[in-house]
Design a protein around this ligand. Structure first.
Ligand SMILES: [Zn+2]
Length: 251
């Protein structure tokens, strides 16, 4: 890929990431994300346009508000860089137009849901429901296997619904059921099992590390969508290869 295209994709992705950050933050505060200028969350001064250039502004301001010098969360910088890299990654991977639409939808919804769960421990309906519908519809064109997609969504949803009923909502929340459906619609069947497996293994490793570091106890909650979504994303891209490797191991 030409260096110019890479730089362009990083900038496009970072700008998009900056927008996704605003959506996640404002929906979590029950504000409209279309109306209103961007403000400092501490002093509420309206930001200049040149303080909103993705990646560069944060670095130039050294992560502090121009007006009140209070810190601007590194979350902004990280999400912008990460979304920029995801765009470059998508550019290397994808040629087909419908695939590009699906890829952008997946990246956008997953990043917003990830931020949201990480900061508020909630999977908001007004983001996850459109995500389920749009990703299902686009994937019908990309994966072209209705049975696999439907069965994937069914297994993903039931997996959490059964736990929800058994535990009377103590182990998992209603949001996890929706995330399960979303994962299944993306990766299909049988790969939904693989994505759940990856999420649980990753979750155990993260939990053990946090407990060892003394950051969490056995009773602490983890933002579960933050594990499920990356697991589904990895499975979507590399699931077939991982599945075959795994089958080769046990057979
Ligand atoms: Zn400020």
């Amino acid at each position: 890929m030409h260096i110019f295209i890479i730089v362009l994709l990083i900038f496009l992705g970072a700008s998009w990431g900056s927008f996704l950050n605003v959506i996640a933050y404002r929906t979590s505060k029950k504000e409209s994300f279309l109306k209103g200028r961007s403000k400092c969350v501490h002093c509420h001064n309206v930001l200049y346009w040149y303080d909103m250039i993705p990646i560069f502004s944060w670095i130039f301001l050294r992560g502090k508000c121009r007006f009140c010098a209070k810190p601007i969360s590194t979350r902004y910088l990280l999400v912008e860089i990460f979304t920029g890299l995801l765009f470059v990654f998508g550019g290397l991977l994808i040629v087909d137009l419908v695939e590009i639409a699906l890829y952008i939808a997946v990246v956008s919804f997953f990043v917003v849901l990830f931020i949201y769960d990480a900061i508020a421990f909630i999977v908001p309906d007004r983001i996850v429901v459109p995500a389920i519908i749009i990703i299902f519809a686009l994937n019908l064109f990309v994966a072209q296997d209705i049975a696999s997609i439907l069965l994937g969504g069914l297994v993903g949803g039931l997996w959490f619904l059964i736990q929800f009923i058994l535990s009377k909502g103590r182990w998992v929340g209603g949001g996890d059921i929706r995330i399960g459906i979303l994962m299944g619609f993306l990766v299909g069947y049988p790969l939904i099992w693989l994505s759940l497996g990856i999420a649980y293994i990753a979750g155990s490793i993260v939990a053990i590390i946090l407990i060892i570091l003394g950051r969490k106890t056995f009773k602490s909650r983890l933002p579960f969508a933050c594990l499920l979504l990356p697991a589904a994303f990895a499975t979507w891209l590399w699931g077939e290869a991982i599945w075959q490797w795994y089958m080769g191991l046990i057979l």
